[in-house]
Design a protein around this ligand. Structure first.
Ligand code: FES
Ligand code: FES
Length: 185
């Protein structure tokens, strides 16, 4: 017997999931197709396009957000799994009009060039500083090891995270001369 859909049969309508997400301190009701990743829900349904699409395979880190305070690759988690769990994206890092100290340090030191990797790196770095206020260079490298950057060579990123960490103890801390202008030879 020939199998398959009968001519003219009506497929059941795909049912959207309706749930409440806690994003950047706000409770947002959202309706989306249940197969969507958190990355897709953030960008397409909540308009939070700061989080970037990269490989969508868990390899580049550009989609990193904070879920329950920890870095999470948003391309690898379903939106459905995030109901009522705190989510922080790059849009939620600033304190009102004041940028997060990491954002300031990145801007001062040129740690963002094209900027595509920057939202994910900022979120991963925030999680690090929240748990290790005074990380070593090695700890910074390890914390950011899942975040690829094709522009900076990473050194400015590491230096910016170190500067932001120093400013937690000493708000007036300035970058070292050689960080800004290179070493004298
Ligand atoms: S887009 Fe998620 S890891 Fe690359
Ligand atoms: S600044 Fe361009 S990929 Fe990192």
């Amino acid at each position: 017997m020939k199998r398959g859909r009968k001519r003219g049969a009506v497929l059941p309508e795909r049912t959207n999931a309706h749930l409440r997400l806690r994003v950047n301190g706000e409770s947002r009701e959202v309706s989306f197709a249940p197969h969507k990743t958190l990355l897709e829900v953030l960008r397409e349904d909540l308009g939070l396009t700061g989080t970037k699409h990269g490989c969508e395979l868990g390899e580049c880190g550009t989609c990193t957000v904070l879920l329950d305070g920890k870095p999470q690759l948003s391309c690898l988690v379903l939106g459905l799994e995030c109901e009522d769990r705190p989510i922080v994206t790059v849009e939620g890092l600033a304190d009102g009009p004041r940028p997060h100290p990491l954002q300031t340090a990145f801007a001062e030191l040129g740690a963002a060039q094209c900027g595509y990797c920057t939202p994910g790196i900022l979120c991963a770095a925030k999680a690090l500083l929240d748990s290790r206020p005074d990380p070593t260079r090695q700890e910074i490298k390890e914390a950011l090891s899942g975040n690829l950057c094709r522009c900076t060579g990473y050194i400015k990123i590491f230096e910016a995270v170190e500067l932001a960490a120093r400013r937690r103890r000493d708000p007036g801390a300035q970058p070292a001369q050689e960080v800004l202008h290179g070493r004298r030879i």
